[in-house]
Unconditional design. Sequence first.
Length: 151
Amino acid sequence: MSRPIRLAFRRLSGRVPPLPLPSYATPGSSGMDLMADVDGEVAIPPGGRARVSTGFALAVPEGLELQVRPRSGLAAKAGVTVLNAPGTIDSDYRGEVQVILANHGDVPFVVRRGDRIAQAVLCPVLRAEPVEVDSLDDTDRGAGGFGSTGS
């Protein structure tokens, strides 16, 4: 295993007590748990969405991105997911990390301070050089789109 990459976090919330920084739940976890840093409660009605604060900003090293992804437990138990999954935190963004939660469940979902609402996965970024061409190489699939490879 390689040495961890340093991520600099800056607290934006003055709420007391401060929440812990995002962390990995187990040694094999790919994502760090992100927690809600909200005043009181945020109720998300069925079919609704809310932008939920985490209370921090961070500096992602150049060549990387931080992907904000749903937590499987929230999705399975409550039908709550990250709306723009995965959300991307770019290396040049320094604003507050917020999570857009969507409630696909049948009852209101209540978010409280300290609730684990999403996970963040650090990923490498490859940059493309767009080049216009007159034709593309042939493949067995060709231009087959949705459902063209089976159910």
